[in-house]
Design a protein around this ligand. Structure first.
Ligand code: GLN
Length: 251
């Protein structure tokens, strides 16, 4: 199996790779899932040239403005955009979703550089502050039909974004019911609420071709279905993409 790259500038990259929790993690769960536990070779990505050695990429959760500044410092944006443009599989979790979105709104987004490619508008910190982080059971029919297992997936939302709108190519995989948590929409500006109007749910997981994005953190649970789904998706894309193979950067 080809090597999976994990952008390792800041945030929960180690949880994706090795399943070890950093002290900054909001919730402690005894055994998180990781690529290592699934027997998948992964590598930390900090430099543009390292992207040439991986077939797919995970952009972890963390703090997207900090991550963006570090990505700028390491001159990673052009290579990340090229990686997406080439059709290589990329999964963004939480801050990673923000990175992949074509447009970000909400708190302190002015001038924040994005990788883009995912035709959606994402709202940073949609569910409120760090203290308003929460867990909830999500219904994800596509995941269950592909991976089996329990009917729901436990979504860990840490100062999470939500997706406000999506383009026609985007497949919506999961919604989060707004009523499931009393703290939702309590961000001081109330921007999300205005933008969402009277709707009682927001989009929290999507797929657009080679791009997968979740507003929550599967790497902080012991349920491997999202990682497995991404690995299958990466396999599908690798197997069917002659353009990737032909430019010789695939493993
Ligand atoms: N709120 C964070 C941001 O805007 C994302 C949170 C997360 O990745 N857990 O970057």
């Amino acid at each position: 199996m080809a090597t999976v790259g994990v952008l390792a500038l800041q945030g929960s990259y180690n949880e994706h790779i090795a399943g070890i929790f950093s002290s900054s993690s909001f919730l402690f769960i005894a055994s998180s899932i990781s690529l290592r536990r699934l027997g998948v070779k992964s590598v930390e990505i900090r430099k543009p040239e390292q992207l040439l050695d991986v077939a797919s990429l995970i952009i972890p959760g963390g703090e997207s403005t900090t991550m963006a500044k570090l990505a700028e410092l390491h001159n990673l944006f052009p290579s990340l955009r090229e990686f997406v443009r080439m059709g290589k599989p990329v999964w963004g979790t939480c801050a990673g979703l923000i990175f992949l979105a074509n447009k970000a709104t909400g708190q302190k987004t002015g001038g924040q550089e994005l990788v883009g490619g995912l035709d959606c508008t994402v709202h940073r910190n949609f569910f409120g502050s760090q203290l308003q982080s929460f867990e909830t059971e999500l219904s994800i029919p596509e995941l269950v039909s592909t991976e089996g297992g329990p009917e729901t997936f436990r979504g860990v939302f840490i100062r999470a974004p939500a997706i406000l709108d999506v383009g026609p190519e985007v497949q919506v995989l999961a919604h989060c019911p707004v009523s499931s948590n009393s703290t939702l929409h309590s961000n001081s500006s109330g921007e999300g609420k205005e933008e969402k109007g009277a709707e009682d749910k927001v989009i929290v997981a999507v797929r657009q071709g080679n791009l997968l994005a979740t507003a929550f953190h599967p790497e902080l649970t012991s349920d491997n279905r999202w990682h497995s789904y991404f690995l299958k998706m990466a396999g599908d894309v690798e197997g069917s993409s002659s353009s990737i193979a032909s430019i010789g950067v695939d493993n």
